[in-house]
Structures are given as C-alpha cells and as structure tokens.
Design a protein around this ligand. Structure first.
Ligand code: DAH
Length: 343
C-alpha cells in the first residue's frame, strides 16, 4: 500500500516540477486536488477497506495531500515571481516620451503688465514701497496739498468709512507716507497698488483700478530727470518707436504738473479712431513735487526737489494689448484670459 502511495507522490511531484505556466499549474492541481481528482478518488476507496487498515490509509492520503499542497505552493510562488517580471517588462515606461500637457493657467494681462512695469523701474534703481488701501483723509488729501473744500476733491469722490477714513482714491498718499518715513534721505520708489473712486463703470472707468505711483526726491532734481525717466519707461513698455509728449496740466501735489501722451501705435501719429484723430494717447500724470508737499512731509525745498508720477496699470495693459473694455480685465472670462496664456 505504501509503495502505491510513494509512486503517486513521485508522479505528482514530477508533474508539478514540470509546470511552466499558469495553465499547466491549474491542470495539475485539478488532476490531484479537485473533487474528481486523484486524492478524492483515493479517499473514496477508504470505505472498501477493512476497519484496521483504514487509519493507516487515511494517514497516507493526508500525507500525500500535504506533500502535493506544499509542492504546489512553492510552484505558485515561482510562477507569481515570473509573472510579475513579465508584467514589468511589458509595462516598461519610456521616459523620453513627451508628457501629457499640463493644464496650467496663464497670468491675467493685468499682472503681466504690473510685473513688467515693476521690472522696468527696478532696472532703473527704484525700490518698491507699499501703503494701506484704507487710508486717512490726511494722507490721501491734506498732505498732498488738497485741503478740505478744494475742488480737486470732487473728481476723487470715494467710499468713506467715516469722516476721516476712506478707500484711497489714488496711490499718491504713499508719497507722503514714504517721505515721513525717510525724513531727510533721498527717495526713489514706486508703489503699485489699488485705488478706488465712486465712478460709474464704463469702457475706461472702474470703481476699483490700479496705479503705479512713482516718487524721486534728491538734490538737483529737475523736470529734465522726469522727462528722461518717463520717456525711457514709454520706450521700454511700448517700443523704441513711441514718442512722448508732455502737456501742461494741474495736480495739487505737483508744480509744474504735466500729462504725458504717447504717439499712437495704431496710426503712428497720423490720427485714427484709437487716438480720436489726435495722433496721441494720454497715459499718465506727473510733475515736480509741490514745495508745500515737500515741506508738509519734512523736506526743505531749498535743498531737496523731486518728481512724481502716477500711471494707470489697466490703461497701460489696454493700450499694449488693444483691450477695448477695462471690465474684461476683472471679469475672469476664460475666452478673454486664454488669449494671454502664451505670453
Ligand atoms: N494721483 C493722480 C491721479 O490719480 C495721478 C498722479 C498725477 C500721480 C501726478 C502723481 C503725479 O504722482 O505727480 O489722478
């Protein structure tokens, strides 16, 4: 009887040994272990045996079963390792393939231009200053030579929190703040930031907009410095071919005051719809810092002079990109923004 079992065991182990893939593994396992397999068959013969022989027989069947199970288990592990290896070979990734396009956003043209303006002035040696958007009347108006009841206040009606606190109507109050900070030292700053006015929004006006304020204070500063600076800014921002024109104007905090126009890029100065036939487009206000403003903020005008300017960021962006409506800059319409993705 034992011999018979040894023979079956040998055959089984040989068969398992020869297994080379999953299909033949399953086949061998079924041959021996399925309901109609060799071991069930052996087991069913038990009842034909005499009572005394049964325990030994049962033991032999169980022994055989665990030998076969063990061998199958070892084989299974080998097969799994082999299968994994094959899978890895098949799944090999090619790192040189171009990746799937990343879905990254572009910058709003407002920020493209703001960054560019900052870079231009930083390249000229300016530092960036900051000031609060909720501002005191004192800084927004008084220290800029716009006393209570001055008619210049009418053009800059704003949102008031109280008698004395308001949303700043321009970035110019930063001039006063920086002068008070730096008392007596020379100054060369720009301040990019938001400003607010109680405007009715239309193609070119928004109740919230942004400016880059500029202030230079030193000894021997003249209008020539102002002209050279703004001319260079215009050429860097709009191209070498753009000319600048300085027109006399009025701001309480500068004396003399100017408004600066650039030659129209659409018609090159000949006159067209964009420039309303004049050949020129206004882009900013500027001037020599008013002596009162210097004095009120701690500078002696017989020693120090300065110039200042305020440039609308949206205005520059609109001119650079031919944007027809200022509101497009704030609306986050993807059809508008996508046109700037590549820049
Ligand atoms: N603050 C002015 C405005 O918002 C712009 C301006 C004009 C700023 C002349 C200046 C300046 O610094 O010198 O209309």
């Amino acid at each position: 009887m034992e011999k018979e079992f040894l023979k079956i065991e040998k055959e089984a182990l040989e068969a398992i040994n020869l297994v080379a893939d999953r299909a033949s593994f399953n086949e061998v396992r079924n041959t021996y272990l399925s309901k109609k397999g060799v071991l069930s068959d052996l087991m069913s013969k038990m009842k034909t045996l005499s009572q005394e022989k049964r325990p030994l027989y049962g033991q032999l069947v169980n022994n055989l079963r665990s030998k076969i199970n063990e061998a199958l288990e070892v084989k299974n592990e080998l097969l799994e390792a082999k299968e994994l290896e094959e899978q890895l070979k098949k799944d090999k990734i090619d790192l040189t393939l171009p990746s799937m396009s990343k879905n990254s956003a572009g910058l709003n043209p407002f920020f493209v231009i703001k960054d560019e303006m900052e870079e231009i002035f930083i390249s000229m040696g300016y530092e960036i200053a900051d000031g609060p958007e909720i501002e005191e009347d004192h800084y927004n108006f008084e220290l800029l030579n716009i006393p209570k009841d001055h008619p210049a206040r009418d053009m800059q009606d704003s949102f008031y929190f109280s008698e004395t606190m308001l949303l700043r109507t321009h970035t110019s109050p930063v001039q006063a703040r920086v002068m008070q900070d730096k008392k007596g030292e020379s100054i060369k700053i720009i301040c990019p930031g938001k400003a607010y006015r109680r405007d009715n929004d239309d193609l070119t006006h928004s109740h919230q907009f942004a400016q880059v304020e500029g202030l230079v204070i030193d000894k021997n500063i003249t209008l020539g410095n102002l002209k050279a600076t703004l001319d260079l800014f215009v050429k860097k921002m709009f191209g070498e071919k753009r000319k600048t024109r300085f027109r006399a104007s009025y701001f309480s905090f500068t004396e003399p005051s100017v408004e600066v126009d650039i030659s129209c890029s659409e018609c090159d100065g000949a006159g067209c719809l964009t420039c309303k036939g004049t050949g020129w487009i206004e882009i900013l206000g500027a001037g020599m810092v008013n002596e009162n403003v210097l004095r009120m903020n701690g500078y002696d005008p017989s020693i120090y002079q300065g110039f200042a300017f305020g440039i609308g960021i949206e205005r520059v962006a609109m001119l650079r990109y031919g944007i027809d409506d200022i509101r497009r800059i704030y609306q986050n319409d993807i059809r508008f923004l996508e046109q700037f993705r590549a820049r």
